[in-house]
Design a protein around this ligand. Structure first.
Ligand SMILES: [Zn+2]
Ligand SMILES: [Zn+2]
Ligand SMILES: [Zn+2]
Length: 546
């Protein structure tokens, strides 16, 4: 077991920040006790409860080790850090920290106790009376997945194995204490609910059901289906039921079934449906419902709706609403439930660009890494160097990074892979120095491999959920916080590339549809549109640094 957790034992950047703040507040009350590892203010456990003004700000000391008092958070981390001891080299639990930040086993650290489980004889988090978290998790999960014979239902054994192998059994134990989880697992274990996607779709609450569904897919018990499509299919029936007007509900059901859902299913046949496509499908339906309600309040229906009704509405609507309703009206006209009217024009708002200078500054910041973690830096670089959209970024896998160290085995493409490259399209795009080093650093410290139940994840950006990559929305929020404008940066990156190479070459290399890149080039006044596809251009064009 060589799993280590970034930021473990308060040596990560966040802990550093906290340290500055809390050392100040600790200094304000001289002689105050602080945790020997994270330096956060501490108090020794007493019978008197924590006074309200200190609640959440002062932690309780749970251990007194040779280095000093230890808070509960640092103690828990110490019990979950595995690897090779920096002193004796043995692979085991590393609860100790040396003066230079070395990770030590309990024998080398000395004086911090024995962490061996009295039942399984393995080291780890002592959950209860000398029994480790893993043993406790095993017991509780065996009960939860009992099919009535006193054993785990055989079909659920892979799920069982997956959960008990998680690096932090504590999170599994916590999961089982949530009120909905056990009843839900019980229904699956006893066969009250069939072990299928349909069976799971019927379970509530849906968040817990989806989590179990993800685990079952990750365990190989259920085939993987498109996650976003599944979510949409679950959302649709209750949403339709809450539409008050019966006539509207009928029309929307037809629209949802024959247009929205059909298109989503077709798209899912060709590749994963992104988060935004799913959200957009919901938006289209909500806007269609709002429009029908608007018509109704004006005393009209879809049959009687005239050009004036439409124009009046259109004047007060924004571009997003117009485009969503336009999709509905186009369908309604085709389905002959509405007269052929002149539809409102839709203009896609042109993204405003960041300047060339701003782009260079952002790239420099990403390279220096000021105030960002490695995940944010790599994602920022993919946007600013290669104009990659977030839904595509999160679906990259380890196999998409081609490094010269492993190209010997690949053989065939060794002639043009001089440095690292990344497979965004075909041919792979080169990663210029010094950015290849940022990616290399990231690869050695990929997060979420221990917290989630996916230690073997191939995602370049593994998420917290089993078998899932990071969620695009969570990245978008992080980028916003860091002041990296996603869409505008992408447009600038694309234009910069198009200054140097024909759209067809750029499009192929970064995985854009050729007509899309051409349209953007035309908008940007690009000079490449008259070149034939890739005739005059060597393949190393995107090789450019700031
Ligand atoms: Zn601490
Ligand atoms: Zn040791
Ligand atoms: Zn044990």
């Amino acid at each position: 077991m060589t799993r280590d957790q970034p930021g473990q034992a308060g040596i990560g950047p966040n802990a550093q920040d906290r340290r500055c703040v809390d050392v100040e507040s600790a200094a304000a009350s001289p002689g105050a006790l602080v945790c020997a590892r994270c330096r956060r203010p501490l108090r020794y456990p007493t019978r008197t409860p924590t006074p309200p003004h200190l609640r959440g700000r002062v932690l309780t000391a749970v251990r007194s080790w040779p280095e000093g008092a230890i808070c509960s958070g640092c103690y828990a981390k110490a019990c979950e850090t595995f690897g090779a001891c920096d002193r004796c080299g043995v692979e085991r639990l590393l609860p100790g920290i040396g003066p230079g930040g070395q990770r030590w086993c309990t024998d080398c650290a000395g004086g911090i106790g024995d962490f061996t489980c009295t039942r399984c004889r393995q080291e780890g988090w002592n959950h209860y009376k000398g029994v480790c978290g893993r043993c406790v998790l095993r017991d509780r999960l065996t009960t939860a997945l009992d099919d009535g014979t006193g054993h785990v239902r055989p079909e659920l054994q892979p799920l069982f194995n997956l959960v008990v192998s998680m690096a932090r059994p504590r999170s599994g134990i916590l999961w089982l204490t949530k009120p909905h989880v056990r009843p839900l697992l019980h229904q699956l274990a006893t066969g009250l609910v069939p072990l299928t996607h349909e069976g799971l779709a019927a379970l509530t609450p849906w968040r817990s059901a989806i989590y179990v569904r993800d685990l079952l897919v990750a365990a190989g018990t259920l085939p993987s289906v498109d996650r976003e499509l599944f979510l949409f299919e679950q959302w649709l029936p209750p949403w339709l039921r809450q539409v008050q007007d019966e006539e509207h509900r009928k029309i929307l059901t037809r629209y949802a079934t024959w247009h929205v859902l059909r298109h989503l299913r077709q798209a899912a046949d060709h590749g994963p449906i992104g988060h935004y496509r799913h959200q957009n499908a919901r938006y289209q339906l909500r806007q269609a419902a709002a429009w029908l309600a608007h018509l109704g309040s004006a005393g009209a229906t879809l049959d009687t709706c005239g050009q004036r009704d439409l124009d009046q509405w259109s004047a007060g609507a924004n571009a997003h609403q117009r485009s969503a309703v336009r999709a509905f009206l186009t369908w309604a006209i085709r389905a002959r439930i509405m007269a052929r009217l002149q539809l409102p024009p839709t203009l896609a708002p042109a993204p405003s660009l960041i300047s060339r200078q701003q782009r260079i500054q952002l790239i420099r910041r990403l390279h220096d890494g000021d105030g960002m973690d490695l995940t944010e830096r790599v994602i920022g670089l993919l946007i600013l160097l290669y104009a990659q959209p977030l839904p595509r970024i999160v679906r990259l896998t380890l196999d998409d990074i081609i490094s010269p160290d492993d190209s010997n085995d690949a053989g065939d493409n060794s002639d043009h892979v001089a440095g690292m490259s990344i497979r965004l399209g075909n041919p792979p795009a080169p990663v210029p120095a010094p950015f290849d080093q940022v990616i290399r650093d990231y690869l050695t410290a990929r997060p979420n491999l221990t917290t989630a139940t996916n230690p073997g994840s191939r995602w370049l950006f593994p998420g917290r959920r089993a078998g899932q990559p990071l969620h695009p929305t969570s990245i978008r929020l992080r980028l916003q916080r860091l002041g990296i404008p996603n869409l505008n940066s992408r447009s600038r990156a694309l234009r910069e590339m198009l200054v140097q190479a024909p759209p067809s070459v750029v499009a192929a290399m970064i995985g854009y549809a050729p007509n899309r890149a051409e349209a953007i080039a035309a908008q940007a006044g690009g000079t490449w549109t008259h070149y034939a596809a890739g005739d005059h251009w060597p393949t190393h064009v995107a090789h450019r640094s700031s």
